[in-house]
Design a protein around this ligand. Sequence first.
Ligand code: ADP
Ligand code: MG
Length: 301
Amino acid sequence: MKIAILSRNENLYSTRRLKEAGEKLGHEVDIIDTLHCYMDISSSRPAVRFKGKALPYYDAIIPRIGASVTFYGTAVVRQFEMMGTFSVNESVAISRSRDKLRSMQLLSRKGIGMPRTGFARQPDRIDDLIKNVGGAPVVIKLLEGTQGIGVVLADTQKAAESIIEAFMGLNANILVQEYIKEAGGADIRCLVVGGKVVAAMKRQAAAGEFRSNLHRGGQASLVRLSPAERKTAIDAAKTMGLNMCGVDILRSNRGPVVMEVNSSPGLEGIEAATGKDVASMIVEFIVKNAKPNNTKTRGKG
Ligand code: ADP
Ligand code: MG
C-alpha cells in the first residue's frame, strides 16, 4: 500500500512514528509538506502537484494538519479525496472539529456530556452570560487558543466580567464554561481509532495550575476508563465523524464531560504514558479501510 503523511515537519515525533510503523508493516510511506502542495482545480482529473510533478496515486493519506494551517490543509485533503484517496480523517470532519463552537453545538445536539457552556461575541449582559453557566468560578476561553494558552480561570463574578470585557475589546469569540472543580486539575485524553479507545492517559496539572496541558507542565500517567468514559469518547469521535482523534474528558460529579476533540492528536505523550504502539494501530486501521473512494464525502463537503 502507498501511504502519504501530510505533515509540515518530518522530524516531529508523530510523523516519524507513523512512517516507521507503516514501513514496518510493509507499506511505502512518503511524508509530504502540506503547504508545499499545489493543485490544478480546473482540470477534470484532479491532481495534487508537488515540486514540479503530479504526485503518484496514494491509497491513503494521514493528515496531520496543524491548527494554524487548517484552511489550506483541509483544501489539500479535499483534493486527495476527489482523487479517490482514502483519508484517515476526512476534510469535512477536520474542519468541523477545528471550530470549537461548531463542535460543542454538535456534541450538545447528540446529548454528549459537556461542561455548561456559553459563547458570545458582544453580549450586552455579561452578568447574564456568566449566570447562565452557573456563575463564578468560570473558565473563559479564547476560541483560537491551543496548548492551554487563552484559557483563564475566573474565581469571582467581578474577575469574570473584567476578563470577558478584555476579550471583547480584542473582538474575539469567547467561550464561557462552568469550572469543573472536582476534576482536580486533571483531564483524560482518550485516543480513538476506528471507533475504539486504543489508549488513554490522565494528565495532571502542575501544582497551582488548573490546566493539565503537557505544554503547561502537566504530568501524564496511565488511567483505567470507566465504561461511561469509554462510551463518551467513542460517541464524541463518531459525532465529529473522525476515525482518529483525541477526545479530552473531565471527570465531573455528573459523569464524564467532553472538553474538546482533536483531529491531529500527538502520539508522543500517549505512547510514552501507555507503552502502546498507537502508530501501528492507526496504520492497521488504514489497511482495513483504505479502499478507493471509501471516503463518505469524496471531497464534496
Ligand atoms: P486548549 O485547546 O488550549 O488545550 P482546553 O479547553 O483544552 O484548551 O483547556 C486547557 C486545560 O484547562 C484543560 O486541559 C483542562 O485541564 C483545563 N480546563 C479547561 N476547561 C475546563 C473546565 N471547564 N473545568 C475545569 N478545567 C478546565
Ligand atoms: Mg486542550
